[in-house]
Write a protein that binds this ligand. Structure first.
Ligand SMILES: Cc1cc2nc3c(=O)[nH]c(=O)nc-3n(C[C@H](O)[C@H](O)[C@H](O)COP(=O)(O)O)c2cc1C
Ligand code: SF4
Length: 436
């Protein structure tokens, strides 16, 4: 991963209520400052067992790592598996942020590490977990300093006896696949860092065989806020279906990416107001969807409005002078190379789709081969739902949205022309050789 985090900045979009309430601080906070800013973490006697789970259920927290799965259901499932197997569960805060264009998790960890640590403590107490792990990219750069060192310092500031939960810091490889929950568990267990061939989910058998709750660090931080301010405070943000404050990484035109605090339901247009003329907006992440510019201009940030989930919170406006097909080919090539290459769809399908997209993105090649589009669509159908993890499905979602959104460009390329004058990639995708 490249050290691009120095190019992020915080922009607070929403006016907030008193007390800090969910706004990221503008500078990194130590533990004492953190407590002054957010308030003291509720002691165990003020939050009896079951109470936190019920607050989480009432708040309607959904995961911020991509899939948007309800946290409450995962909590219930992990604690049920632990009870059934009479084994103490484990909990992992996923701060890997394997997607190179995303900065919000490292940004959160840099500015407010104790919010994530508080969330881990609370979830650890609630589940009576014997292991609590914070996983981050090895040597994760932040531009402003060494994130791993910063997290070690934050951990040293904690009073483990008061917390009642000892948190381990784990460094994992900086690869796209590393943050997938089963791959992450494999790394933590000293394995190859790939999703294993197993009938059991990590909720049933994760770290060291224990039922394991893996949650994105932003989701974990939300728990620390809900425990302090309550579920109704959380529901004051967002919409009924997609409640709560949310962090987004925003690429707007040629501006540097920035991390934005907003919520579902807010208008998308102000976030990309400085983008100038645009062709489309990528929403969610590299497993997300392209939205055509006319829709993006009037859409609110909701799955219903956009027709695409907010996923890991990436919003990238594609300037009108860029080629959406070239941009997608660049990302899909990266996704194909980042696969673990252990299942058929990733081994055979994704590299073919990536290579055909590269041909489609080149007007000279596209004009010579009219069968490209049909082949890409057919291969997408063949890889979908067939991997050990959701990597092929997410990649197919991106490809299909590109084929829909960039229909006009596809027609132009078939005619040997390209409307995008600037073919440099907008979004980061560390280059590797396509070997398959
Ligand atoms: C290929 C792939 C990569 C992923 N990378 C990350 C990641 O870097 N960080 C993350 O939080 N979740 C990542 N996820 C999602 C995790 O598997 C898991 O669903 C998530 O950490 C659960 O947390 P949440 O429910 O709070 O979102 C990835 C999923 C896939 C399929
Ligand atoms: S689907 Fe792809 S990324 Fe997922 S485990 Fe299989 S080979 Fe690896």
């Amino acid at each position: 991963m490249t050290a691009t985090d120095n190019r992020t900045e915080t922009l607070v979009i929403e006016p907030q209520q008193a007390q800090g309430n969910g706004v990221l601080p503008s500078r990194p906070l130590n533990h004492a400052e953190h407590r002054a800013y957010y308030g003291v973490l509720p002691a165990p006697d003020r939050l009896p067992l079951g109470e936190l789970a019920s607050m989480i259920g009432h708040a309607g927290v959904r995961g911020r790592g991509g899939a948007g799965f309800p946290l409450y259901r995962k909590l219930v499932s992990v604690s049920g598996a632990a009870r059934a197997r009479r084994i103490a569960p484990a909990i992992v805060a996923n701060g890997c942020e394997g997607e190179p264009a995303s900065h919000k998790d490292k940004h959160l960890l840099w500015l407010a590490p104790h919010l994530v640590l508080d969330g881990l403590v609370l979830l650890g107490r609630e589940l009576r977990a014997t292991r609590a792990v914070l996983a981050v990219e090895a040597g994760a750069p932040n531009g402003r300093g060494d994130l791993v060192r910063r997290l070690r310092e934050a951990l040293n500031e904690r009073d483990v006896r008061q917390d009642g939960v000892r948190i381990e810091l784990a460094e994992v490889p900086g690869r796209f696949i590393a943050g997938e929950s089963a791959a992450l568990v494999s790394t933590l267990d000293g394995g190859p860092g790939l999703p294993p061939y197993s009938e059991l989910s990590v909720r049933e058998s994760g770290v060291g065989g224990a039922p394991t709750l893996v949650q994105n660090v932003e989701t974990v931080a939300q728990v620390a806020l809900i425990a302090r301010y309550g579920p109704d405070w959380f529901r004051d943000y967002g919409t009924a279906a997609e409640p709560g404050p949310q962090l987004f990484t925003v690429y707007s035109g040629r501006q540097r990416p920035r991390v934005v605090h907003s919520a579902a339901g807010a208008a998308l247009a102000p976030l990309i107001a400085d983008a100038g003329p645009i062709d489309a907006v990528l929403v969610g992440g590299y497993h997300g969807s392209w939205i055509p510019a006319p829709l993006a201009r009037h859409a609110r940030l909701t799955e219903a409005d956009l027709g695409a989930p907010l996923g890991a919170g990436l919003i990238a406006a594609l300037p009108a002078d860029r080629c959406g097909l070239a941009e997608t080919a660049h990302i899909v090539r990266y996704l194909a190379l980042e696969s673990a290459g252990q299942c058929g769809p990733c081994l055979n399908g994704l590299p073919r789709i990536a290579a055909a997209l590269e041909q489609l993105a080149d007007p000279h090649q596209a004009a010579r081969d009219r069968g490209l589009l049909e082949r890409i669509e057919r291969w997408c159908g063949m890889v979908e739902g067939r991997g050990l993890c959701h990597h092929p499905d997410g990649s197919v979602r991106l490809v299909r949205s590109a084929l829909m959104t960039f229909r006009t460009e596809i027609a132009a390329h078939h005619a040997g022309q390209c409307t995008g004058g600037d073919r440099r990639p907008l979004l980061p995708a560390p280059a590797r050789e396509l070997v398959h």
